[in-house]
Design a protein around this ligand. Structure first.
Ligand code: HSE
Length: 308
């Protein structure tokens, strides 16, 4: 096999209480890529549609992740990458992670899988370092593994796959403003109080337990962020109205998707998720901001091959 076409899903990182450690993959939106083996060494981005992003290998997240892969590989040739962006950059649903994860997963498939999934996460994290200044794995891990993932530890890297309750749906609204992850990280405080920590790790444990036991009420009760959301939500117009409207419409919980500006909610069942979407849209219609909205099942497979 010399060429492969793939789909790499969008992801929601943090999931309210799990800053930099929790993430989940979506089914309804993701990037497509074509990756091909070539004899010329190195990585070349030969095509990029859908977004205005750099083609230079060292400035492109897929390029940088690909270089990290090649550095550890004994493969003698190189790769060409075509990227068909469907996820908007700076939207908060893992646009950079989809490109960098898709690239290294496809390269690994083309070489018959020399690297483990954990190795691939590490390569893709280099793309995140380029995009945001920090090599976080909470978008990359679910894009690669599918479903919900927990980064239990960064050093050493330890990723835990978490059960996906079958009736869980996500609604994500992206108000059409761009918030760079590097900017929304720079506003955060570097210290928290013990009282904040106690509330937060109670919720992380509750959310993981709720996901493993398909306890939808527990999932909802645990979708609370005492640390990051109070600061970052100020950057997102209409956040408080969207959240209170979503909860009133029946969402289990609602919060900022990744570093924003997208806002996510989880619901039990597709009908409830669609009702939440309507309530979210109404907020932005009223304040006059354009939006994209996605109602999605959880993607339990992660990055996958497509027919060419
Ligand atoms: N955990 C990262 C952050 C995700 O919130 O900055 C970025 O998408």
């Amino acid at each position: 096999m010399n060429e492969i076409k793939i789909f790499c899903p969008a992801t929601i990182a943090n999931i309210s209480c799990g800053f930099d450690v929790l993430g989940v993959a979506l089914d309804a939106v993701g990037d497509e890529m074509i990756v091909r083996k070539v004899s010329e060494k190195g990585i070349r981005i030969t095509k990029l549609t859908g977004q205005d992003l750099p083609l230079e290998t060292e400035k492109n997240v897929a390029g940088v992740a690909g270089l990290a892969f090649l550095e550890k590989s004994d493969y003698d040739g190189g790769f060409e990458i075509e990227i068909y962006k469907k996820i908007k950059a700076g939207s908060g649903i893992g646009s950079s992670a989809a490109s960098s994860t898709g690239a290294v997963w496809a390269m690994n498939e083309l070489l018959d899988g020399p690297f483990s999934k954990l190795d691939l996460v590490k390569f893709a994290m280099e793309g995140e370092r380029l995009a945001s200044g920090v090599a976080h794995a909470d978008n990359v891990a679910p894009a690669l593994f599918g479903g919900f993932t927990l980064v239990r530890s960064y050093e050493p890297l330890d990723i835990i796959e978490i059960n996906t309750p079958s009736e869980l749906y996500a609604t994500v609204i992206h108000p059409q403003i761009e918030v760079k992850t590097s900017d929304s990280r720079s506003v955060l405080r570097t210290n928290i109080t013990l009282a904040q920590g106690i509330k937060q790790w109670g919720n992380v444990g509750g959310l993981v337990a709720g996901l493993f036991t398909s306890d939808y009420d527990l999932i909802g009760r645990s979708l609370v962020d005492h640390i990051v959301e109070p600061i970052r939500s100020i950057l997102i117009p209409g956040f408080d109205e969207v959240k209170s409207g979503a909860l009133k419409a029946g969402a289990l919980g609602c919060g900022i998707s990744g570093s924003g500006p997208s806002i996510f909610a989880f619901s039990k069942g597709e009908t409830a998720a669609k009702k939440v979407a309507e309530s979210m849209k109404n907020v932005y219609k009223n304040i006059g901001i354009d939006y994209d909205v996605h109602v999605s099942k959880i993607n339990v497979e992660g990055v996958r091959m497509l027919d060419v």
